[in-house]
Design a protein around this ligand. Sequence first.
Ligand code: WTA
Length: 645
Amino acid sequence: MPYPYQLKSIEEYNIAYQKSVEDPEGFWGAIAENFLWKKKWNSVLNWNFTEPKVEWYKGATLNITENCIDRHLDSMAHKPAIIWEPNNPGERTRIVTYSRLHKRVCQFAQVLKNNGVKKGDRVCIYMGMVPELSYAVLGCARIGAIHSVIFGGFSAQSIADRLEDAGAEFIVCCDGAYRGSKDIPLKSIIDDALIGNKTVKRVIVYTRTRTPVSMIKGRDVWWEDEMEYAETQVEKNGVVSFPAEEMDAEDPLFILYTSGSTGKPKGVVHSSAGYMVWTNYSFVNVFQYEQGDVHFCTADVGWITGHSYIVYGPLSAGATSLMFEGIPTYPDAGRFWDIIDKHKVNILYTAPTAIRSLMSYGLEPLKGKDLSSLKILGTVGEPINEEAWHWYDENIGRKKCPIVDTWWQTETGGILISNIAGITPARPGWATLPMPGVQPVLVDEKGIEVTEPDDRGFLKGNLCIKTPWPAILRTTYGDHERCRTNYFATYPGLYFTGDGALKDVNGFYRITGRVDDVLNVSGHRIGTAEVENAINMYADVVESAVVGYPHDIKGQGIYAYVILGNNKHQEETTRRNILETVTRIIGAIAKPDKIQFVLGLPKTRSGKIMRRILRKIAEGETTSLGDTSTLLDPLIVDEIKNGKL
Ligand code: WTA
């Protein structure tokens, strides 16, 4: 059997879980034996959540790309590692075998070396969903450079902030990216991001859309030219090789920026060994991957889901990972179903927002599509409503495919709470049981463990995790104190997720959503403070407050209350200008769905905005707004209620 640690029954799950709690070092030490190490560890785990400090497999050395590629070459050289489906229908599919992947990654590692990239350097990647994005990520890992992928929906300003925070000296990008009928000019956005930047020395540009680009002498080079030159260097006498850098288990593998409750995104840092073990273990178990299966994760590699379940998890397991460049509704709402039919997809892993959006097109787009290859379905990124769950189960899974509801975060590196497909029970809307090695706890505002069930028989509290699992974040880049205060200081001794949850008598968890000022819009994390900062940049804005409200498709929509300084404004023009400003500062993904102009905001006497009230109004609640007596000016609430959009 290729995966001796694949759990095949609920009894095996129970035994594994218990062992992982009683003897985490024994448990994770044994699992790590299934990987390729250059040197074995001295200790499996050292940790404290006070600093915090977490070290897995200390003393070991490895290179994750040898685990994702080289070790499969003997038995699977000609097996597809990546199946790439282009955005434009009719364009050729690309199949990248493990042997081809090896060659391309070695070549690109050589390109990075030729361009002066060294171990530990930060390389920012801003590309569309093309196989070259995977080569770039793995090429960095091969030479020990730290990649930081930025989602193509972020603006030049957002990129500039991330480049500065990471001190990145290198960029890999595309000329442009196809997304549905749009063509996004990635290189020109990079050019804008680089105005005033003093650290970036080299930009490597891959040709995808043939959008005109300005190549700056001495700074910008073409991917294709560099690869051609590198080919002769890595291929000698018919043998391809580029030595995989020997990395310490705890060396950083990548930085991924994500939103928190403050205005500035933080660079979550993941390690090499622990991240590898966890993404592999969770991939193989949650999705019950079997050799030969085609795994289709619809996320973008710009988010953590793409890192863990398009690239590292599947490839380290020798799986076939389907990578789709486009969007679910282009050229029509049957695109996913076409892809499943065409490539005989076995596992589909997508977001509730995509399911709800496709649901709204009815069953017509499913006609004539053969989905019988599907074995397992998954969801991620936000709570799934029961209606969407049942639609997915009946129409896509034909009631034959287990659905895994996987809860996790950028910071957790991989899935922490989820049913295991077909092995542990599923329940609509519930992420259910923790993975082996994960010890969740629900606490109240004071950090005391909740033990009294509510009237429905559920424990209800803030979700924390008691002990480290191998892929827990190690720090936030350049600012360890920020990591401590964000995740480990709210409830001393615990990792705080920022989510609220319920637990039932079976020990099943249901994640109810964020309890901090983070929104989850179409499964994308956005901080309210970030959006407020962007709105406040607009010249006429005095102050703003942003909250989330329930949205049928996106899960949550963005509702902005805005005070303008000058009352002689054209509302519609100002609204459009504010949207343009947010697009410029963060990116189109953060554009408010609704902007209400108000004369004031409900504030306490100490000047704190009462978001609770704003949230209720945005949700359409008008009667029970709770206690408003502590407000500086209670009348302002009526004015806001009357103007609700
Ligand atoms: C939410 C995405 C309910 C949650 C992998 C979390 C979920 C945030 C689920 C992390 C789920 C993710 N059910 N909520 N199955 N999965 N979330 O960092 O609020 O982009 O804190 O990672 O998404 O979002 P992130």
